[in-house]
Write a protein that binds this ligand. Structure first.
Ligand code: AMP
Ligand code: FE
Ligand code: FE
Ligand code: ZN
Length: 284
């Protein structure tokens, strides 16, 4: 078995790269992909440790992109990138650094905006918890800890949501550009947890068709948020548009209780080794 969707504490997981490698070994996984949000730092730290644990480590990433459609509000879509031979190109690594710069700049403005509405939260405090992926969830946690909100959800509703008083704009890359960057960077681009895309199967199909023409190479049919009927639907969808199937638990450690490494929720994830082998042969 393999798990191709996991997070370390380089983004929003609770396990360090070394702890995640050890957990994967203990779970008997043959291969593990680290797919932190918008950073390769967790993979880079894990990489020298994987061989000693007898584990095949795959370099991955989960990019927060925006999907803009005429007449509709832009939505966030998560795109997985898998770098199956030789890792990402230097150009891709540079592009990821620009995304991190955008995020940092947004966080600077968000902290200033919060100060201006009377909230005492400094960027250093946020970065101490969120590290290179510091973002609104970490601001939310501090808002709760400091008594400005009673729950994380209330912190979003009062301060951080798009419609709330302290919201500041964050310029994330488009889905289409992100697919191109992954392809140009020697990777395979796959849509993460497609169940979040659209509740309308026709819209879903049209989008997948269009993205496949734009370089998309895979669809994450197997995911801990997918019902068995979703898995079957996405397998068929991947088949129709010539996409490889990918799969993983989306393990975040204690940050996402109930989702187990390699197994998902109550064992609803089991990704056979062939999935990774097919991914390798699908890479264009
Ligand atoms: P960021 O990338 O720093 O802007 O944070 C985005 C994350 O914040 C998302 O992945 C969600 O986990 C969380 N988030 C965004 N909007 C809301 C909301 N209205 N309520 C709760 N959580 C939210
Ligand atoms: Fe996450
Ligand atoms: Fe995701
Ligand atoms: Zn994820």
């Amino acid at each position: 078995m393999v798990d191709l969707h996991t997070h370390t504490n380089a983004s929003d997981g609770s396990y360090s790269p070394a702890q995640l490698i050890e957990a994967a070994r203990a779970a008997g996984l043959e291969a593990l992909a680290i797919t932190d949000h918008d950073t390769l730092a967790g993979y880079d730290e894990a990489q020298p440790r994987a061989a000693g644990a007898g584990l095949e480590l795959v370099c991955g990433i989960e990019i927060s992109t925006k999907l803009a459609r005429p007449g509709a509000r832009a939505r966030t879509v998560h795109l997985l990138g898998y770098f199956l031979d030789g890792g990402p190109s230097p150009g891709f690594r540079q592009w990821i650094r620009t995304l991190q710069d955008f995020r940092r700049d947004r966080n600077v403005r968000l902290a200033a905006r919060l100060q201006s509405v009377g909230v005492d939260i400094r960027l250093e405090e946020v970065e101490a918890v969120g590290r290179s992926m510091a973002g609104r969830p970490h601001f939310a946690r501090l808002l709760v800890e400091k008594g400005y909100a009673s729950t994380i959800q209330q912190a979003f509703d009062l301060y951080l949501d798009e419609s709330a008083r302290a919201f500041v704009f964050h310029d994330s890359p488009t889905l289409e550009e992100s697919i191109r960057q992954v392809c140009d960077g020697r990777g395979l681009a796959a849509l993460a947890h497609p169940v979040r895309l659209s509740r309308d199967p026709r819209q879903e199909e049209a989008l997948v068709q269009e993205l496949a023409a734009g370089g998309l190479g895979g669809l994450e049919a197997i995911h801990s948020d997918h019902e068995p009927s979703d898995v079957a639907r996405y397998r068929a969808l991947a088949d129709r548009w010539g996409l490889a199937v990918t799969g993983g638990s989306d393990f975040h450690g204690d940050a996402k209780p109930g989702v187990e490494l390699g197994m998902g929720r109550n064992g609803n994830v089991a990704v056979p080794r062939q999935v990774l082998d097919r991914l390798r042969s699908a890479r264009r």
